[in-house]
Design a protein around this ligand. Structure first.
Ligand SMILES: [Zn+2]
Length: 342
């Protein structure tokens, strides 16, 4: 067991601290325009949809460079819609309307990502956000595949994500209510089939195999950083037990890590998954642009109160996971003793 860093506060003290931070962040949100709160992120998603026709048309070209450009455009747009779009839609961060939040979640998660929206919300919002780093609840253990060796896991397994995702979707939907299952199957099939149809009918692919291979390449273009970022942000940080869960502010300040800004990933995954993951865990309903805006307030507050604010670079985390893979990804992580933080 390793003791956690941070000033000891009882539950009352921790709640007061969180209340103080919430008030400061609320001031920033209230002073922000609609464009800052939702518009910037909606514009990025709209641009990604609008760029799709040019991507499909580039694939008609005989010129290798134009063809590679088409793959890149389609791959980046795919990740922007499926990771950034699905993530913000699942949190209801794209709009203040509940009805539209639900429509966007169905579109981004089921049609674009080929995954059931209800299950994404349960697994991500309820379990992972509600019980961050609590063993057996929100501890990122779904990302552990201990039977794979470190190089296979870190460099080959990501390529299978586009194949595994719809298979997991079918398995989850088989256990869902009939109506949800039928709707899910219809929307997942619509997304996959329209991608395939566009490659055959717009991009001019002549065989089903070449169209399927192209789908696999574009859908796994950023699969490596996607898998890496998901494990880098939480695994290897303090883990908590169900019966001694820390207060929310301690849970997030101890159990979440920010990476530096990385332009392609900022665009495709969103700030809330890259350089503002701590802010996102504390304020999950804020959009990516708002997470970036409140970041100085949150980091200054945590520093001021002598609470941890975890930051590390992508390469340092990659090296750490490769060198301590056994400890982080195979063995059950040790529970951190939280003196006075529960
Ligand atoms: Zn989230």
């Amino acid at each position: 067991m390793e003791p956690a860093r941070g000033a000891p506060q009882g539950s009352g003290g921790a709640e007061a601290l969180l209340g103080e931070l919430e008030a400061r962040v609320q001031d920033v949100v209230r002073a922000s325009s609609w464009w800052e709160r939702h518009g910037v992120d909606c514009a990025i998603l709209a641009l990604s949809l609008l760029a799709l026709p040019s991507g499909f048309l580039c694939l008609c070209s005989e010129n290798v460079l134009v063809f590679v450009l088409g793959i890149t455009v389609l791959g980046v747009c795919h990740y922007t819609l499926t990771v950034k779009g699905s993530h913000l839609a699942t949190h209801g961060a794209l709009t203040e309307s509940k009805r539209w939040s639900r429509i966007w979640a169905l579109f981004f998660v089921e049609v674009c990502t080929a995954f059931p929206a209800e299950y994404a919300k349960y697994g991500h919002v309820k379990m992972h956000h509600g019980h961050t780093n609590v063993l057996g609840l929100g501890d990122s253990s779904t990302w552990r595949l201990p039977f794979l060796n470190r190089y296979v896991y870190m460099f080959l397994a990501p390529l299978l994500i586009p194949i595994i995702t719809p298979l997991v979707a079918v398995e989850r939907l088989s256990k869902a209510e009939l109506g949800t299952a039928l709707r899910g199957l219809a929307l997942v099939s619509l997304g996959l089939y329209s991608h395939y149809w566009l490659l055959l009918n717009v991009s001019g692919f002549r065989s089903p195999c070449s169209a399927l291979a192209c789908m696999l390449v574009t859908r796994s273009l950023l699969a490596h950083p996607y898998l890496h970022v998901n494990i880098f942000q939480h695994i290897g940080l303090p883990m908590f037990s169900r019966d001694k869960k820390p207060q929310r502010i301690h849970m997030m300040s101890l159990g979440v890590l920010n990476l530096p800004r990385l332009p392609v990933l900022d665009w495709a995954f969103g700030h809330s998954l890259i350089s503002c993951h701590v802010e996102h865990h504390l304020f999950p309903r804020l959009s990516d642009n708002m997470c970036l805006k409140v970041k100085p307030v949150v980091s200054q507050f945590l520093h001021e109160k002598h609470l941890p604010y975890n930051e590390d670079t992508y390469l340092a985390r990659l090296w750490l996971f490769l060198s301590r893979y056994e400890e982080f990804m195979v063995q059950t992580p040790p529970i951190t003793e939280l003196v006075g933080l529960q």
